[in-house]
Ligand binder design. Structure first.
Ligand SMILES: O=P(O)(O)OC[C@H]1O[C@H](O)[C@H](O)[C@@H](O)[C@@H]1O
Length: 560
């Protein structure tokens, strides 16, 4: 029992029952589980909105699922969930509410933070975003020299980049193809350089997206972008009046932030600022004004459809019984593998080119949320927490790392994501879509059921090769199938994972909404910077880092 009166997770009887269950049943082969229960596929499928989630190829029985649900109940998942939706300050280390769900709640609802109903301001910002998006889309917003804005460059990093970038890629068929969108995040100047090199400043608008507006990478890129703009408009001479200074910046820069003061300090008029609030975590923010570039790309209506998809999943998570609660089930499966079978990672493998950025997005969502080793009360955890999340589009992975998934020594649970229909634009490539999906289904099948030595032998394979060509199977996958990758379906998918991460954090008793682990590196980089640029001495530098800095200094500028 800890100071808050909560029994330590690994001392809960429900936890110990799961450990016993694991020892008694081991890993009964999926072949057996399917033979024993002809209805397994049907029984272990949940349908939520447009998603069909088949979790029958997981290493669980009814008893496993019952014990896992029992653990969720004992750990107070429902209580914390309700507290989150109610605007309680469940981000304990930052003393903040966690209300990304309010961003996609209809205006008629009431969601209070510190007694204030926030729904009005959420919808006011959405309306402002919509007006802005339409002005760009309809060519009413003109640049400083009167040119139509054709290029939108989002400058942001982490949660201010990954969400809009992922969703822009996912929803490309819904985007305005006559506008160009670029997402610049890396402080490596190459990122900005490559993004801008073929753009005309007179036709380019920058969205500087940063919750805090203090993030070094974003500010450095935004300053460089401003210099590029002014130099470009002024024919390379920023002192010439046509460069336009402040007036030009006002036509070519808008900001998205919670920090009006810093936005003004940077030189962006706060009339051109789109606001969000400290109760929206960076990695949960792309439904807020952080999604502005996305809204320009897909239009306010599609953006609204996406929000409706998120809301659908929120409502499911909030109200569905544990037995059929999809985010809860996915969260519990992860607990089963990570805490009771030592799985270290989780693969997310979309069979969709449009979801090429989906796993990168999930990496921040999951790993920044649950990569923690301190409980909510400040004690050490005595159990595994968040997995390493990884993966790339499936068929490409098949020709690269799937070897390890099929025959390696590690347990890697995987999600396989796919769609029944390609987007309309791909009508002529329908057969290729069937081929793509045949691959998805085949991989799930091969991973689950494998191929026995007898089956290999029966094919006449020479005996010496039999062990090499045997597939053990029993490798767990969850298949998530939807009709098509629409804005609403994307919203449903992202919210599914958001709430899955929530469930796991709640059980592990960690604060899924802070990110103190990113701070140290930032501070050290600031200290080191003058050593690199000016050769300044940094006190108490360790020998390895000092030697690297010295070497860097001696090489610096040689190839320029
Ligand atoms: O939006 P910003 O304030 O610029 O923050 C951008 C990102 O950087 C931080 O270091 C955090 O780790 C992320 O959670 C955040 O999304």
């Amino acid at each position: 029992m800890n100071a808050e009166g909560r029994t330590r997770l690994d001392q809960m009887p429900e936890w110990q029952e799961l450990a016993k269950h694991r020892d008694e049943f081991g890993l009964t082969h999926l072949r057996r589980l399917f033979e024993d229960d002809p209805e397994r596929a049907e029984r272990y499928t949940v349908r939520v909105g447009d998603l069909h989630i088949d979790y029958s190829k997981n290493l669980v029985t009814d008893e496993t699922l019952r014990l896992l649900r029992q653990l969720a109940e004992a750990a107070g998942v429902a209580r914390l969930r309700d507290a989150m939706f109610a605007g309680e300050k469940i981000n304990v280390t930052e003393d903040r509410a966690v209300l990304h769900t309010a961003l996609r709640t209809p205006e008629s609802a009431t969601v209070r933070v510190d007694g204030e109903n926030v729904m009005r301001k959420v919808h006011q910002v959405l309306i402002r975003m919509g007006t802005f998006a339409n002005r760009i889309r309809e060519a009413h917003w003109r640049g400083h020299t009167g040119e139509r804005i054709k290029n939108i460059v989002n400058i942001g990093i982490g949660g201010s980049d990954l969400g809009p970038k992922m969703a822009y890629e996912a929803l490309r068929p819904y985007t305005r193809r006559d506008l160009t969108f670029r997402f610049v995040s890396n402080v490596d100047g190459a990122d900005l350089h490559e993004a801008l090199r073929d753009l005309d400043p007179a036709e380019t608008l920058f969205i500087v997206a940063s919750k805090t507006f203090t993030t070094t990478e974003t500010i450095a890129n935004a300053e460089a972008a401003r210099a590029w703009l002014l130099a470009g408009l002024g024919g390379g001479d920023t002192s010439r009046p046509e460069a336009g200074g402040e007036a030009a910046v006002a036509k070519h820069f808008v900001a998205v932030s919670t920090n009006a003061e810093k936005v003004a300090e940077f030189g962006i008029n706060t009339d051109n600022m789109f606001e969000f609030w400290d109760w929206v975590g960076g990695r949960y923010s792309y439904d807020s004004a952080i999604g502005l570039a996305l809204m320009v790309a897909i239009g306010p209506e599609c953006f609204g459809d996406m929000l409706a998809g998120f809301h659908l999943m929120d409502e499911h998570f909030r109200t569905a019984p544990f037995e059929s609660n999809a985010p809860l089930l996915l969260g519990l499966l992860g607990i089963w593998y990570g805490n009771f079978h030592d799985a270290q990672s989780h693969a997310v493998l979309p069979y969709s080119h449009y979801l090429s950025q989906f796993t990168a997005y999930l990496q921040q969502l999951d790993m920044e949320s649950n990569g923690k080793s301190t409980t909510r009360e400040g004690g050490p955890v005595n159990w595994q927490t968040g997995p390493v999340v990884w993966g790339t589009p499936g068929t490409n992975g098949q020709h690269a790392y799937y070897q390890l998934l099929h025959q390696g020594t590690k347990m890697i649970p995987a999600d396989l994501l796919g769609f029944a229909d390609p987007v309309a634009e791909l009508g002529d490539l329908r057969d290729q879509h069937d081929l793509l999906m045949a691959n998805l289904f085949a991989q799930g099948q091969a991973l689950a059921f494998g191929k026995t030595a007898e089956e290999v032998r029966a094919e006449g394979v020479p005996e010496a090769q039999v062990p090499h060509r045997t597939f053990p199977g029993n490798r767990p996958t969850t298949t998530i199938l939807a009709s098509a990758l629409t804005p609403s379906v994307l919203g449903q998918l992202v919210a599914l994972y958001e709430h899955k991460v929530f469930v796991q954090g709640a059980i592990w008793n960690i604060d899924s909404f802070d990110q103190w682990g990113v701070e140290l590196g930032k501070v050290l980089a600031k200290r080191l910077e003058p050593a690199l640029t000016e050769g300044a001495q940094v006190p108490d530098l360790d020998a390895s880092t000092q030697a690297l800095v010295d070497r860097y200094r001696s090489l610096r500028g040689r190839t320029a």
